[in-house]
Design a protein around this ligand. Structure first.
Ligand code: GLY
Length: 363
């Protein structure tokens, strides 16, 4: 088991990363009177009972609230269901919410914990790779409106995170591979050696080797913990975590979040951002190719290809301009100066954005 500390003063917490088993205190929780475990139908069937048992072992009267699986569950309506379930179960300010699942469950349950009785404690128990390396850490919580994703939310740090790598054995292949895009992202923004490790260990990654995964996830969490500790509320540095997300979100939004998994869109967005970087910050072309080759090796798409038909440049351009990090419809990119080092808040001229897009689509 590995432990990564997120240093945020009084709101500091540990991320425990490991494999469940009798030898590891992975699922050992603090003594608590009442707990509401929020999960979804898929995860509940696999891990709901075991999670409840683990909290009972900590003396908690634990109950479960089960949301429908999928992004469409991130609604204000589901929050109301959760608040009522919490009140029925008698949760008070000393009680805990536990988010057991992927990013959707973590975001909704986290926001519910941030607002129920003006805020109670919560734990994150991520069961997807994406949630283990990204959404469960750092305290972003929220729900979607029909006008856009995550438009209502709060920063609310968990009291602890438990990433049980064993849970990845049951993750559908496409979701697992999609999560690898966020893993590679950490290499681009902070750790070129991680990219080498991923390339050299691609077979072990594809086989979901738990030892390899434990190390890789811990490294991603170390990087995220450091970024969040230095810019919890995203006034600058934290935007690094959005490398590849400007085009990635635009691709997702342009087809109504139907075609691409988030990580697939981010993989393509990282290639676009790397190509922009070559034009703007001097990222060597060979490093752009290295990144493209790694993503392809991991089974990720590197360009939208024919699937983007029906979505023109203007649609993507408008979608990039409506990103939360944009200013006055002008997208601001995270660009790599070299592999392992990136810069936030980069303006790119319309002509360069367009030219690089054309070259990318033609490749
Ligand atoms: N997922 C990006 C962040 O946590 O800031």
């Amino acid at each position: 088991m590995k432990t990564v500390r997120v240093n945020l003063g009084a709101r500091s917490y540990d991320i425990r990363i490991g494999r469940s088993g009798p030898a590891e205190p992975l699922h050992v929780f603090p003594k608590t009177a009442k707990v509401l475990i929020v999960t979804d139908t898929n995860v509940d069937a696999l891990y709901g009972e075991a999670c409840e048992q683990a909290w009972r072992a900590a003396g908690a009267a634990a109950a479960r609230a089960v949301l429908p699986a999928g992004e469409t569950a991130k609604t204000l309506a589901n929050l109301e269901v959760l608040y009522e379930r919490a009140a029925e179960h008698g949760l008070d300010r000393a009680s805990l919410v536990v988010a057991l699942g992927g990013g959707v469950v973590g975001d909704v349950a986290g926001f519910m914990a941030a607002t129920y009785m003006r805020g109670i404690g919560f734990w994150q128990i991520p069961t997807t790779l994406l949630a283990m390396v990204d959404s469960s850490v750092g305290g972003k919580t929220g729900v979607n409106l029909k006008q856009g994703k995550n438009l209502v939310g709060a920063f609310h740090q968990p009291l602890g995170v438990v990433a049980d790598v064993s849970a990845l054995t049951t993750l559908p292949e496409r979701d697992y591979v999609s999560g690898l895009a966020e893993v590679a992202k950490y290499g681009v923004i902070r750790d070129a050696d991680l990219l080498e490790t991923l390339a050299a260990g691609a077979d072990r990654l594809k086989a979901r080797d738990p030892v390899f995964l434990e190390d890789a996830i811990a490294r991603c969490c170390e990087i995220k913990a450091d970024v969040v500790a230095n810019d919890e509320r995203e006034s600058g540095l934290r935007e690094l975590l959005n490398f590849g997300h400007t085009m990635g979100h635009a691709l997702e939004q342009a087809d109504g979040y139907t075609r691409w998994r988030h990580g697939e869109a981010v993989a393509m967005g990282m290639v676009y951002a790397a190509r922009l970087s070559a034009a703007e910050t001097g990222l060597p072309e060979k490093d752009v190719r290295r990144l493209e080759e790694l993503l392809a090796l991991l089974g990720l798409p590197t360009a939208p290809g024919p699937e983007v038909h029906g979505v023109d440049w203007e649609t993507l351009r408008v979608a990039m301009g409506s990103d939360k990090k944009s200013r006055g419809q002008k997208p601001r990119f995270v660009l790599a100066e070299r592999l392992g080092q990136a810069r936030v808040g980069c303006d790119v001229s319309e002509s360069v954005m367009r030219r690089v897009y054309g070259e990318w689509m033609g490749s």
